[in-house]
Design a protein around this ligand. Structure first.
Ligand code: SF4
Length: 256
């Protein structure tokens, strides 16, 4: 079981208010403390990046709960509705995550994983990513709604109405049949399904073109680089530089 918490109460309150417009931070923290008393159930914490929050403060606050994993998610956005930026000429989300990376690396006594960062390190070492938002491996997860409906990745709802809808359910189709749905099949094509710019990008083995919803535009569907292209490039290169400084030659950079 994971818990969404975007950071300390002031950070979390930017988007996670209750329907009565009250802070949900205290009740989320109560839930986390309860989970900490049942560590086998505590999968980790999920925070959505907000540029107005201080990345180190957010990281350190989440780490204080000693979760096994901290997952950072980039806000949903498409080329039709790009994410907010204070200065579009700066890879602000990439910079934000590099500050998390540096904080995470500076505290080796903490045992948690930061999933996005650990995946970038793993992909640079030739290991598959554990999430579908990075790398070129076909996604291995599916969403089952509480009424038995099977959907593609549920975050596609941020793209357009019906984008995640497959018209399948657990009562009449097997998972193997669903795997051959046209909306999922193209995701088995790896690099060939990506935009030309991504196919020729030196970072494609690690980046994978970014998270599927973040590639969308009405004109070209999913054949675009991610709206976070510059951020992903900045972050991946920062991690690669750090690996080199630690004497580790990233495999993704090594010529075949
Ligand atoms: S989204 Fe950008 S960094 Fe990622 S593979 Fe495509 S071109 Fe490269």
């Amino acid at each position: 079981m994971g818990v969404s918490l975007d950071g300390p109460p002031t950070a979390n309150d930017r988007h996670r208010l209750t329907h009565a417009s009250r802070s949900s931070a205290a009740s989320a923290v109560r839930g986390i403390e309860l989970l900490r008393s049942r560590p086998h159930l505590f999968a980790g914490l999920l925070a959505v990046v907000h540029l107005a929050n201080d990345p180190v403060e957010v990281h350190d606050y989440l780490a204080s709960f000693e979760p096994p994993v901290i997952d950072f998610g980039l806000p949903h956005g498409t080329h039709d509705e790009p994410p907010h930026r204070d200065d579009p000429s700066v890879p602000e989300y990439g910079l934000w995550m590099t500050r998390v990376y540096d904080a995470w690396l500076a505290r080796p006594e903490q045992r948690h994983s930061v999933r996005m960062l650990e995946d970038i390190v793993a992909l640079n070492s030739g290991v598959h990513s554990s999430v579908e938002s990075l790398g070129l491996a076909p996604p291995t997860s599916i969403v089952i709604e509480s009424d038995g409906t099977i959907e593609g990745v549920d975050t596609l709802r941020s793209v357009e109405e019906g984008a995640s809808w497959l018209g399948r359910d657990v009562f009449s189709q097997s998972f193997n049949e669903v795997l051959h749905h046209p909306k999922l099949l193209h995701r088995q094509n790896g690099k060939a399904a990506l935009a030309d710019q991504c196919q020729s990008c030196p970072l494609v083995e690690v980046c994978g073109g970014g998270y599927l919803p973040h590639r969308f535009s009405t004109d070209r569907g999913y054949r675009n680089p991610s709206v976070y292209c510059a951020d992903l490039e900045y972050l991946i290169r920062h991690v690669q530089d750090s690996l080199r400084q630690h004497g580790w030659a990233p495999q993704a950079l090594t010529p075949p």
